[in-house]
Each structure stands twice: as structure tokens, then as C-alpha cells.
Design a protein around this ligand. Structure first.
Ligand SMILES: NC(=O)c1ccc[n+]([C@@H]2O[C@H](COP(=O)([O-])OP(=O)(O)OC[C@H]3O[C@@H](n4cnc5c(N)ncnc54)[C@H](OP(=O)(O)O)[C@@H]3O)[C@@H](O)[C@H]2O)c1
Length: 357
């Protein structure tokens, strides 16, 4: 049975706390008598630090798990260096050495990593890690190895990630609209996101785009998912981001603008003076299509389902906007066309936004 006592040994070390058969065992405080100023408060077993405990002293402190007097389990070690700066490791330990996952912080910044026997094995980044297909609740923050660029690939430190309907179809997997297209579904676990924007941090061998470390860029079709601190892309899907554009704007370009361009101009063949109806103009693709169609010289009627959507479509340049949640809106769209001077009675092209492809 544990009793409580005060022990002073021949080195001047002082123990005060629970003991078993004369040795520290249970909860107690141990003060070193060597003048180092070190003090341990926590759990003991058979005279050794064991369990949860904190060792503090000038210039260093550790708070966490112990096993037979060694840091072992999870814990945080903070040190103050000679120049006054501090280092901090919060993570897993084994036999007094960093071992497992942890976060390192020093004057240069911080990073997540994996250590083995005290040595850094690889750095990690924070990322959304989808461990099973499902609803938004499967989007969980986790960590993974920072992806390294291979031949003709570029690594980006992301500042913003775009979200598109296809990201949700992927996330739903066999439970969603892409159930019949398993070749479009990623292997689990995965990080979602095709579009993003950030700064180039590494250029793989054999790249010829001329993009360099430090360049502001946006990407479309990232290979490793953009809902992460870092991603890797084929260099042909990475483009310079003009200084006037924010990272958030850049992250919205890839899928929506490419889709609008392909549908409106490459497949639809819209040309100057034609009338285009954009059914669902208030979304990402619709707004891009509205702007592109107007730039092409088309007469554009767009639809939206809310007041804010109507305003957004107007701002994008549409000649007229109807509300697709109101009865008779298609007639209204045709009427807008007839009312416009010199416009024919029908639309040459209709872009439809209500599919799941
Ligand atoms: N094949 C491809 O490569 C590809 C690429 C990108 C997108 N897509 C598809 O294109 C569609 C649009 O994508 P997005 O990124 O623009 O999506 P989004 O931002 O969610 O926009 C959806 C649009 O559809 C409108 N809408 C919703 N219900 C409607 C209804 N009953 N009738 C008419 N319009 C309606 C919305 O208007 P309100 O919200 O104002 O009601 C909004 O304008 C999606 O179906 C997506 O899967 C395909």
C-alpha cells in the first residue's frame, strides 16, 4: 500500500510523495540536488518516472508520458537555445527519442513530420483525409507525407482550394451519382480537390514550362488533391497567377472556367451576335460562361434561383436574368429575347447546369 513520505538521498535529491516499500511509487515531486534546478512532478513506479509527468528546469521542459524514467508515449519538449530562441517538439516518443508523428517548431517556422529513433524520416503536411466515402462529415483534417514532384511535375504550397460539384461526387463514391463510374473514384484514403492556387515550392525533373520556385500559380486537376497544405500537379495543369488576382480567385478558375470554355465555345461554337440561354448562370460554370459569352459578343439570358444569384449574373454581364424558381421563367427568358432590339425569337445555344457529370 502506498504511503506518503519525504526522502532525501546522498546526492541531495529530494522526493516528496507516495512511496511503496521506501521508493517513489504513485504521485510525487522530485527535485534534483545537483544545482541544475530540475524538478519532476508526476507519476512514479518503483522509483522511476513512469506515467504522466512534467520535468521542468532552466532552458528545458518536458510534459507528457514516461516509461521507466524515459520520455515515452506522447509529450512536448520545449528548449530555450543560447541565442534566446526556442524549439518545441510535440509528438510521439520512444526511449527518450522522437519516434512517430510530431510537430517541430523553431525560429524558422514549424512542420509536421515522422521521426524514427530521433531522426526525421519525412515531413508531413496537414490535409483533408477522406477515410471512407460519404457525406461532408468524412472530410476530416489529418496529416500525410508532403507529396514530392516527379518527372514533369510541380509542387505547390497551397493558399486556397476550389470546391466543385465533382469533388462531392468523388466524396460520395459508390453512394453518389458516380456509382456506375468506379474508374472516376479515387483510392481511399484520399485528399479531395482539383483546383487550387498558391506558390511553387519545388519543380520536378524535366519540367519545361519555365515556372520556378516562388512563382504565384493556380492549378487545375491536381494529382494529390488541393485540400491540403501541399499538392503536386502535372506541370501542364499549372499556370501563372497574375498579380492582380488573389489566391482565392485563382482557385476558382480551373474546373469552372475550363468547363464553360469547352461547353460554350469548343462544343457549342457560340459566336458573336448569337443568343445564349444559360440555365443555372449563378453557379461557378454559369458565371464563367456568362462572362465568356458576353466577351464573345453574344446576347446572354441567364437564370438564377435567388436574389443574390440574379445580382451575380447581372454583374457578370448578362443582358437579362430570370429566376428558375419562379413559374413561367422559360417564357420570360424567351420574352427577354423578343424584347431586345434586333434579336431573333429563339436561342442558338442553351447551356444546362443541372447534371451530375
Ligand atoms: N463535365 C464536366 O467536366 C463538368 C465540369 C464542371 C461542372 N460540371 C457540372 O456542371 C454543373 C454546374 O457546375 P457548377 O460548378 O457551376 O455548380 P454550382 O456552382 O453548384 O452551380 C449550380 C447552378 O445550377 C443552378 N440550379 C440549381 N437548381 C436548378 C434548377 N432546378 N434549374 C436550373 N438551375 C438550377 C444553380 O442556381 P441557384 O443556386 O441560383 O439556384 C447554379 O446556378 C454541375 O452539374 C456540375 O456537375 C461538369
Amino acid at each position: 500500500m502506498a504511503t506518503s513520505e519525504r526522502i532525501v538521498d546522498e546526492n541531495g535529491d529530494i522526493y516528496e510523495g507516495e512511496t511503496h516499500e521506501g521508493v517513489p511509487h504513485g504521485t510525487g515531486i522530485y527535485e534534483f540536488g545537483d544545482g541544475s534546478g530540475q524538478r519532476y512532478a508526476g507519476q512514479f513506479m518503483n522509483g522511476a518516472f513512469h506515467g504522466a509527468g512534467a520535468m521542468r528546469g532552466p532552458g528545458a521542459s518536458y510534459e507528457g508520458q514516461w516509461h521507466q524514467a524515459a520520455r515515452h508515449g506522447s509529450g512536448t519538449l520545449e528548449r530555450t537555445l543560447g541565442d534566446g530562441t526556442t524549439t518545441r517538439y510535440a509528438g510521439e516518443w520512444r526511449n527518450n527519442k522522437k519516434h512517430g508523428k510530431g510537430e517541430w517548431t523553431d525560429a524558422e517556422g514549424s512542420y509536421h513530420g515522422v521521426w524514427g529513433d530521433g531522426n526525421l524520416t519525412h515531413k508531413e503536411c496537414r490535409a483533408i483525409m477522406v477515410q471512407s466515402f460519404g457525406g461532408p462529415e468524412v472530410l476530416q483534417m489529418g496529416t500525410k507525407a508532403i507529396p514530392e514532384p516527379q518527372e514533369a511535375q510541380i509542387q505547390i504550397h497551397l493558399a486556397a482550394s476550389g470546391v466543385n460539384p465533382s469533388d462531392t461526387y468523388q466524396r460520395l463514391g459508390p453512394l453518389g451519382p458516380w456509382a456506375a463510374m468506379p474508374h472516376l473514384l479515387p483510392q481511399i484514403p484520399f485528399t479531395p480537390g482539383k483546383d487550387g492556387a498558391g506558390v511553387v515550392t519545388a519543380v520536378g525533373p524535366g519540367c519545361s514550362s519555365g515556372l520556378q520556385v516562388g512563382d504565384r500559380v493556380y492549378c487545375a486537376g491536381a494529382l494529390t488533391g488541393t485540400m491540403a497544405e501541399y499538392c503536386v500537379c502535372n506541370e501542364r495543369t499549372v499556370y501563372p497567377l497574375p498579380a492582380a488576382m488573389s489566391f482565392e480567385q485563382g482557385a476558382c478558375v480551373g474546373v469552372p472556367c475550363a468547363t464553360a470554355y469547352r461547353a460554350l465555345l469548343q462544343r457549342g461554337g457560340a459566336t458573336n451576335g448569337e443568343c445564349v440561354f444559360i440555365h443555372g448562370a449563378s453557379g461557378a460554370v454559369g458565371l464563367a460562361a456568362t462572362q465568356l459569352a458576353r466577351a464573345e459578343g453574344c446576347f446572354v439570358v441567364g437564370s438564377a434561383g435567388s436574389e443574390a444569384g440574379v445580382e451575380a449574373v447581372k454583374t457578370a454581364g448578362a443582358n437579362a436574368v430570370v429566376n428558375h424558381r419562379q413559374e413561367g421563367y422559360l417564357e420570360e427568358a424567351k420574352a427577354a429575347l423578343r424584347a431586345a432590339e434586333g434579336q431573333p425569337s429563339g436561342f442558338a445555344l442553351v447551356l444546362e447546369m443541372t447534371g451530375t457529370w
